[in-house]
Design a protein around this ligand. Structure first.
Ligand SMILES: [Zn+2]
Length: 99
């Protein structure tokens, strides 16, 4: 599925995730925008999850979407800060980033 961000029609700022009112101007007038790509800002590895098996480390990245907001995405493969990635949602509505 595609990742959607929320563009405020009043002031033009773009937010993710959805909010009831725009934190910038207070309006509740949103336009949904699909964003399919971004740039990796930072990566991290979560190694100590409860119940995780060895080798089940979760690789995460903060990704600046082309629409503006920064999202946290699970990584499919090795990426590094500055890399361009594609973004989508999996069945559990988690954001996936692919190099
Ligand atoms: Zn606004």
């Amino acid at each position: 599925m595609k990742l959607t961000v929320f563009h405020c029609r009043q002031c033009g700022t773009v937010h993710f995730p959805a909010r009831y009112r725009c934190p910038h101007c207070g309006a509740a007038d949103w336009e949904e925008q699909v964003t399919e790509a971004g740039t990796v800002e930072e990566t991290t590895v979560v190694r100590h999850r409860l119940g995780a098996q060895p080798g089940e480390d979760v690789h995460l990245a903060t990704v600046r979407t082309t629409a503006g907001p920064v999202v946290i995405a699970r990584l499919d493969g090795a990426v590094h800060p500055g890399d361009a990635v594609s973004l989508e949602l999996d069945d559990a509505m988690r954001i996936l980033a692919r190099a």
